[in-house]
Ligand binder design. Structure first.
Ligand code: SF4
Ligand code: SF4
Length: 245
């Protein structure tokens, strides 16, 4: 896990903030949020909006500005903006400004607020993820403090829904896929088989979108197709175990 994300996970309780709690924030232009960053991770919706903004396919966008890897902990395919140069600058920072301001990734638009779920590892993750369980953190203690806001006002200002249907559905999907992939990795010894599974996740979740069509119906269709295929993996193993045993 990226060092910064690890620190956030470890300090989650101290950083926690309620939807109607006040926080003080103003930008003193230190550049930290667009430089020295390895963790601008893109959701499929971020990638779709950025591709649409720059009138390119998601595949061309990732080739030009992004990179992919398998998460150490989640074992999922992760897509991120590829930092450049010695100061690890975001590739979309031009003349010290965000060149995609109205389509910037949600994680950038929400800053200094972050959001996530706290899950009980003993229960299936996807069952615990609902719009009522979203938790928020404030991560801008090093920024200026000239203005006062609430989280709710901040989200409204940036046009981010509080009950964000895509965010919830995506987190559920990630959680289920991560559980399946971790089972598969313990069972499949052939590298080629895992590569085929990761490739299916990458193509169906991130790539197979027409930027001229609406996002959500395409996401739901791709997700349903992928999960239908991936859900056969744990069942396949429990079935085979019975036959062998
Ligand atoms: S938002 Fe905060 S981290 Fe980003 S440039 Fe402004 S002061 Fe720096
Ligand atoms: S997408 Fe824009 S706001 Fe986000 S890190 Fe890059 S330049 Fe900064």
């Amino acid at each position: 896990m990226d060092e910064r994300l690890k620190q956030i996970a470890e300090n989650f309780d101290n950083m926690k903030i309620g939807l109607d709690d006040k926080f003080r924030f103003s930008c003193k232009q230190c550049g930290k949020c667009c430089t020295e960053r390895e963790d601008i991770l893109l959701t499929p919706f971020d990638l779709f909006r950025l591709s649409k903004k720059l009138n390119m396919t998601p595949n061309d966008f990732v080739e030009k500005y992004g990179e992919t890897y398998i998460g150490d902990y989640s074992r999922m395919v992760i897509v991120r903006l590829k930092p450049r140069g010695s100061i690890r600058r975001c590739p979309l920072l031009k003349d010290r400004k965000c060149s995609v301001h109205d389509a910037k990734p949600r994680v950038c638009a929400m800053f200094p607020i972050g959001r996530g779920f706290r899950l009980d590892p003993k229960k299936p993750g996807a069952d615990q993820i609902t719009s009522d369980n979203i938790e928020y953190i404030f991560n801008g203690a090093h920024c200026g403090n000239a203005e006062e806001h609430t989280v709710r006002e901040w989200f409204e200002y940036f046009n981010i829904p509080i009950k964000d249907e895509f965010f919830v559905e995506w987190q559920k999907t990630l959680s289920e896929l991560s559980e399946i992939i971790q089972i598969a990795e313990k069972k499949f010894t052939m590298e080629k088989t895992m590569d085929a599974l990761w490739s299916a996740i990458y193509v169906l979740m991130y790539m197979r979108y027409d930027i001229k069509q609406e996002f959500m119906p395409q996401f739901e269709k791709n997700r349903d197709e992928l999960l239908t295929m991936m859900r056969t993996i744990p069942a396949f193993y429990s079935g085979r175990a019975k036959n062998v045993g």
